[in-house]
Design a protein around this ligand. Sequence first.
Ligand code: ZN
Length: 89
Amino acid sequence: MEYEPTIYCSQCGRKAPWWISWSAANPGRRYYACVEAQHGFIEWHNGPTSPFLRVLLGDLRDRIWKLEDYGAAICKDGDAGVGASCVEL
Ligand SMILES: [Zn+2]
């Protein structure tokens, strides 16, 4: 992985962590944002997601969320059966 310069919040001067967006408009797009959301600091690391990847990543994200809900419902109901384990995905 190549070196990335440290990005600082323009409001408080703290180091802004690197995040990955999973919004419908920007799935997979990386950005920096202050941990204090009220500062409103955000800086995109890379350009917009292509229309093809936007649809593909959105569909995959939705399928993962559906599977997580399904797994949580099974574990919550106690229907996992003997020997089955409920784990975080
Ligand atoms: Zn800040």
